[in-house]
Design a protein around this ligand. Structure first.
Ligand SMILES: [Fe+2]
Ligand SMILES: [Fe+2]
Length: 297
């Protein structure tokens, strides 16, 4: 048996190692995303990649069975989920997950310092991180368009949740770091499970399947890097709290999205989150992503 290349994301790290890793991540993220366009909340390389997809669109050979069912249920589930086909459920569930991301970053963008006002490497990293998240929403949008859904609106979550998301980045670092890290970890877990579901449900649409996977890979590569980066904000106490938060956090979040239990094994996602160590990720993702030095053997 070949030896595992990477170690648990919950592996310990000294303060000095973490500082070095912030510097290293900062170098990585600048070349990974390219120039930051602060006004547009966008990044040069990400924008070019999205353009490439938009200029070379792929369309389904067979239309979705029931696009009206998607539009009726994507913001709030109106129908009995059992009455919907799996493809529609996957798409409405994907929207609901992405909508939370979008609401979270929209609130955070106005709360964290702009690049001109970022004086520490951590602040600069956080600014680019948020810009990447905005790129993800555009990539999700392109995934919907690829499935023939070009009228998707990004609807705010409602005043209370919006306020929570706005205030969250203002919390002191030691309070904010564990949930922020677990959210990133949950993203990677979800996208790995979603990738397998895309393969299964689009077996008869190989071109669309491949395009959706390419779009999702773009997002997952960033999210894998975010997992390591957010882990890097924490000392031993933060890491202990994070590990304990995985299960309740995943359960609470996925419970809020009615589609999830019809499509995914939440218990397996929790196990995957707790056991996360980069080793199960495909090479083509790892190659373009970032892993903290103390998670490498
Ligand atoms: Fe994201
Ligand atoms: Fe992220």
């Amino acid at each position: 048996m070949s030896q595992a290349k990477y170690l648990s994301i919950f592996s310990p790290a000294s303060r000095r190692q973490r500082q070095e890793n912030f510097e290293n991540y900062w170098q990585f993220t600048q070349q990974h995303g390219g120039e930051l366009f602060e006004e547009e909340k966008d990044l040069f390389k990400k924008r070019s990649r999205l353009r490439h997809f938009q200029e070379n669109p792929v369309q389904m050979k067979r239309q979705l069975v029931n696009p009206e069912a998607f539009y009726r249920n994507y913001v709030e589930m109106q129908d009995d989920p059992e009455s919907l086909d799996r493809m529609t459920l996957m798409l409405t569930g994907m929207y609901k997950f992405a909508r939370h991301e979008w609401a979270g970053i929209k609130g955070a963008w106005d709360s964290v310092p702009s690049m001109a006002n970022s004086y520490t490497v951590e602040d600069k990293i956080s600014r680019v991180h948020l810009a990447e998240e905005f790129c993800h929403v555009r990539l999700f949008d392109e995934m919907f368009r690829t499935c023939g859904l070009d009228k998707v609106q990004w609807v705010p979550l409602g005043p209370i949740k919006e306020i929570i998301y706005e205030q969250f980045p203002r919390f002191p670092e030691f309070l904010m770091s564990p949930p922020a890290f677990v959210t990133e970890l949950m993203g990677v877990t979800f996208y790995c499970h979603l990738a397998r579901l895309i393969d299964e449900l689009l077996a008869e649409e190989p071109e669309v399947r491949q395009r959706l996977r390419e779009l999702l890979d773009e997002i997952t590569i960033d999210e894998v890097a975010h997992v390591g980066q957010r882990r890097n904000f924490m000392g031993p106490a933060g890491i202990m709290i994070s590990r304990a938060l995985v299960k309740p956090f995943y359960m609470l979040f996925f419970d809020d999205i009615p589609e999830i239990k019809y499509l995914f094994d939440v218990n397996q996602m929790i196990k995957d989150g707790i056991a996360f160590d980069f080793n199960e990720l495909p090479n083509h993702l790892i190659e373009h992503s970032w892993i903290p030095s103390y998670c490498k053997t």
